[in-house]
Ligand binder design. Sequence first.
Ligand code: GLN
Ligand code: ZN
Length: 781
Amino acid sequence: MPRIGRHRELKFALEDFWKGNIAESALVHTATKLKARNWTRQVEQGATILPSNDFSLYDHVLDTSAMVGAIPERYDWKGGPPGLTTYFAMARGTRGTAGKECHHACNPAYTGAGIPAQDMTKWFDTNYHYMVPEFTPGQPFRLSCLKAVNEYREARLLGYRTRPVLLGPVTFLKLGKSTDPIVSPLRNLDSLLLVYIDLLTRLSLEGADWIQIDEPCLITDLDDEARTALQTTYQAFARALPNLNIMLTTWFGGLGNNLDLATQLPVAGLHLDLVRAPEQLPEVIHRSRREQILSLGVIDGRNVWRADLEAILDQLEPVVKQKGAEHIQLAPSCSLLHVPLDISVETDLDSDIKSWLSFADQKIHELAVLATALARGRESVRGQLEAASLATRTRKTSDKIHCKTVQDRVNGIKSHMTKRKSPYAVRAPQQQKHLALPLFPTTTIGSFPQTGKVRQARSAHSKGILTTEDYELFLRKETERVVRWQEQTGLDVLVHGEFERNDMVQYFGEKLSGFAFTRHGWVQSYGSRCVRPPILYGDVSRPEPMTVKWWSCAQAVTSRPVKGMLTGPVTILNWSFVRDDMPRSTACRQLALALRDEVLDLEKAGARIIQIDEAALREGLPLRQTEWNAYLEWAVGCFHLTSSGVSDQTQIHTHMCYSEFNDIMEAIAAMDADVVSIEASRSGMDLLKTFRTYRYPNSIGPGVYDIHSPRIPGTDEIVARLAMARQYLHDRQLWVNPDCGLKTRAWDDIQPALLNMVAAARKLRISQNHEQRNVQSALST
Ligand code: GLN
Ligand code: ZN
């Protein structure tokens, strides 16, 4: 179930705790209430099997690292249950005693510059971010945290017998990284299994007779080592705990070529994602053991549309006949972490659109209706089935959805619209002539701190307390101030600060037609951060320019170039809930055409540089490599469609972050942006490895400052990162920028950090000058 709470209670409690405003006991109290609410609601909606240990204070992968004691040395953990100080240090890093904002009891070992957090990256193809486990070769594991047992007890005390959920050991290891890149994390399996067996034994002694173990790696491409690891694991569990029932779950896709492997594992139950991969069911039934329980994931856990229950029943009834009702469970396709909690609290939504939607609570109810229909016949739930069918029918035919002009425009896309006029080698000198930037140009990614003041003004405006005129005046002042601030800091390419944006996707969704918005539809992105994904329900068009006003307001007060700032079509698509009645690629083309018009309007207004953020390009990548090319082709094509209308002189930037980029670097190059700024510091500059073997053709700014940590990087640290980059990239290609936008930071943090960044670039320019002079004098002698 979603953890964050209907009113984001967890977020506020966490942030208060981090600021030192509330005690640990108050945070724990909030967490306890949220867990209890979820169990109660699931029962009310008709669920008969409840999970426990699906809650987390920050991230379930981090919980697993804490559970098995995979806590890197730098956190100075002394063994025993890791406390919240250690836990949050792993999640967020520490600012150290040199900084002034470390309110909660800091570990005395955290001095000076503070300790970096663990790496964070996207969870499969979602916008949820997990904390990447770190393993040393020969990593010692020990059972260090009994959260799973404690939550089982907690539910028990409330009268619920739950099925505890654990992240499977093989997926856990595969999600982590080894401090020694040539030692596979799977080498640590044997000692990890001892810890899992210890935990499973304790859970079973507590009374848990079923445990859910998630092994989503089973829907990905597996090598022999991973396949063997899965066999070893589940054989070991079966040997050690012959009476414990394991529900092995797979989701986000089909088993594909791992189907044999999965169905042969000695587990009592197997969960399948039948929304993304309905075709796997007959084969799984054929291969699975007769007494094995199949959990059928028939309600979409990744999207928000109300299900056509009659159609699902048509699919289920023969299966129940074949397998026997006692061997079937019904479930969402995957965890409900990725959808909002409850549609019933939305009061402002168009009533048609609302009737088409189903969030976590409703999805549980849909399952209960299906179960009742299967057990007692469709007649017993006739009214509910009809309501579901009606919603499906009205959505198909509604004139809120279909717009002929948009469809015609997509059909009329011509190939010349997806290519810049000249190749990069021709464009780059023209842009340089026009922009006259120094070597190692400095810039930021777009947003500046969204302070309490900015958020209050926005909220006052949306409540009607602040007039639009006054609100815009406020935004103008903030924008002008940030422009001055950037000039004083010495940055070369400026941004307008994005103060008018609540969120990089929501802002555009609200300006485009075809999108709906919720008030409370929050989904966790990482830790305390949540997003409210827009709901793309209809054909997309742009009634009027969306960003030109704010860009112009910034450019009017400076002679330095200000970047036009847009979110790209693939990112808007990937961070929205999208319609399921057309291919994603078609919806993306509609978005690309609308954004293309915006790019051209910015150019017409005088923008010399336009940044089109594609932070979510990587996460849309299919989980199976065989499907990558097809996706990348249309995704990169949509970026071209957005960006290629401009003249050669106009410099197109893109930005990407918090994903594994090394394996798609050629596709990133194929986007043919003149400059890409890309997160690198948070993941230890791993990105640069790619450039040992692959020559990136255009300009690139590998992030030199991890903006998700309160730590302030020193000038020398940044110079060192840039020196690493210079080993693989030409000086002429290299830009200097942070990992990502600065909206989550405080002004106090970014001031010294950006000054250091600018100082680092200047240091390099001086040393580069020396080098050149040395080369010249060597040549002349
Ligand atoms: N331009 C956006 C910002 O600076 C990019 C954010 C992102 O990549 N997530 O906030
Ligand atoms: Zn970013």
